[in-house]
Design a protein around this ligand. Sequence first.
Ligand code: NDP
Length: 296
Amino acid sequence: MVAQVIDGKAFAAKVRAQVANQVAKLKEENGITPGLAVVLVGEDPASQVYVRSKGKMTVEVGMNSYEHKLDAETSEDDLLALIDKLNNDPAVHGILVQLPLPKHLNEDLVINSIDPAKDVDGFHISNVGLLGTGQKSMVPCTPLGCLMMLRDHHGSLSGMDAVVIGRSNIVGKPMAQLLLGDSCTVTIAHSRTKDLPDVVRRADIVVAAVGRPEMVPGDWIKEGATVIDVGINRIERDGKNKLVGDVDYASAAERAGAITPVPGGVGPMTIACLLANTLTACCRANDLPEPEGLTA
Ligand code: NDP
């Protein structure tokens, strides 16, 4: 079997177009422009790239983008004061604090100081609890993007066996909650899992979120399974820098029914879902109906 490629780049463009459409409608019918504030502390080069591209895409879908760049020595009190200001600013519907933060800042404290209704990353403890209890929440962008692609490919996920490899708070755990919410039978695997190949071979859906280049070989994949590769790993091969996932794409594509590539799979969906979450937060803040198909 040669797997169908799930084109995350094209899917993300479709999601962004849908968001742009809804934003235009909000402006025209309600005079409201959704606003996303992104806070960056320090000069981490990868974070700077992410923040720049988030700002660019926010503007492209017609939303207001507010960038706050603070220097690496910013005190916790100053950062919390900025977040408090953004929490109380009616023009700001979504707040994202770019992680990782410099070591002297308490990440949990900072994230939990964001108004949960504006927490478009879905990392606030209230949103984690709401998702875990199946209630309306802000859903973390990367797992939301994975869920959208899976729903688009399969329609219903009900009754499918899903394995999520990785149990981080930002990907693995929320991904497992979302799959459970869609009535999959979910296994969460991690570094202490016994006989991981056997666990993965049982799965109709494999979500790999480990951070180890190409660690899942094709012969772990059940014939016809759907493989979602969240991993982004920079490696050097044949003297060239390359991005690869957590799945060995070439061998997995020979057995899977469908697979996301790296790059061009989950990555582009993450920013598209950030924009979708900002739109959702704006609609909720204004007691307007939520956009269809853009939330869990
Ligand atoms: P973390 O490092 O926080 O978590 C990695 C998880 O993988 C842990 O739960 C760990 O288990 C598990 N793990 C490590 N080694 C093994 C192993 N040998 N077998 C089974 N499980 C193992 O990573 P993240 O969740 O933050 O990210 C995972 C990957 O996804 C990274 O490559 C990251 O770059 C990428 N990513 C991509 C995004 C995108 O937009 N596409 C967004 C976010 C992340 P344990 O808990 O036992 O240590």
